[in-house]
Design a protein around this ligand. Structure first.
Ligand code: MF3
Ligand code: CO
Ligand code: CO
Length: 270
């Protein structure tokens, strides 16, 4: 039998995992989070995003794990690294980081068949005041969403918590990309929107696993994808930030699978 199709689906097609499946997600989430901790010293002016990605490839390998992104729809790297006005899916390469650049590093690993997906923000050199504010608001927006995760709430409650918080800060929530269910696959129902109306969408139940990964722009929310067919940028060239956790719904709330073992998720350091 295919392990990936075990168990129950809700009427919205969302998989309900068993209590013992949380252990699998903890293992995968912990490795992804530890890798994001361990690359922190590499993020500095003059460094290339390709070198950071190469270090991530080696860390995944050394852990005896598998990268979920290498070979995914033709993607060839162990991370997405999205610098400044890149919203997401930035391709690591030989461009050097400059003082003041902000970047999201997004890593997904497979451990014992389970997927751990997390991203956070870094800065090369000195953080500007406006970038610091963007990063703080984006981080706090993710946690507004996480606070809405409990049985009986809906996915619309999560989106609403994020959108209302971000828009009160006069920033833009990206609509073109969303979080996703995951587990023994990378992307599964539902689409976890980072905007929405309270009480709408599927109802949260214990045993659901998904990501929340809001992208926030200092300017307008609109994005476009470059000719490489991956890199998404803000249409108005404004700075963009993102944080991502993989979470599970518990009987009374939420478990974060991708907490930083070193407490480094935020604020940015280095
Ligand atoms: N990790 C990303 C996410 O949060 C997906 C990256 S897919 C890739 O869903 F192919 F671009 F790596
Ligand atoms: Co994700
Ligand atoms: Co991700």
């Amino acid at each position: 039998m295919d392990e990936r199709t075990k168990g129950r689906l809700t009427k919205d097609g969302i998989r309900i995992f068993d209590p013992e499946d949380f252990a699998g997600m903890r293992g995968a989430g912990a490795l992804a989070a530890r890798i994001l901790d361990d690359i922190a010293p590499l993020v500095e002016p003059g460094q290339t995003t390709g070198a950071i990605d190469a270090a991530i490839t080696k860390m995944v390998d050394d852990a005896g794990a598998t990268s979920a992104t290498i070979g995914y729809k033709g993607y060839q790297h162990a991370s997405c690294i999205s610098v400044n006005h890149v919203v997401c899916h930035g391709i690591p390469g030989d461009k050097r980081l400059k003082d003041g650049d902000i970047l999201n590093v997004d890593v997904t690993v497979i451990v014992d068949g389970w997927y751990g997906d997390t991203s956070r923000m870094y800065v090369a050199g000195k953080l500007s005041r406006k970038a610091e504010r963007l990063i703080q608001v984006t981080h706090d927006a993710l946690f507004k969403g996480i606070e809405a995760v409990k049985p009986g709430n809906t996915f619309g409650d999560i989106g609403y918590a994020i959108q209302s918080f971000v828009e009160a800060e006069r920033m833009g929530v990206v609509r073109d990309f969303c979080g996703h269910g995951l587990g023994r696959v990378f992307h599964a129902p539902p689409n976890v929107l980072h905007y929405g109306r309270p009480g709408t969408g599927a109802t949260l139940e214990p045993g659901m696993f998904f990501t929340i990964e809001p992208m926030v722009n200092l300017g307008r929310p609109e994005t476009k994808v470059l000719a490489d067919e991956w890199t998404a940028v803000t249409r108005d060239k404004s700075l963009s930030a993102q944080f991502e956790h993989s979470v599970g719904v518990t009987e009374d709330g939420v478990e974060l699978f991708t907490l930083s073992p070193g407490g480094k998720f935020h604020p940015t350091w280095g």
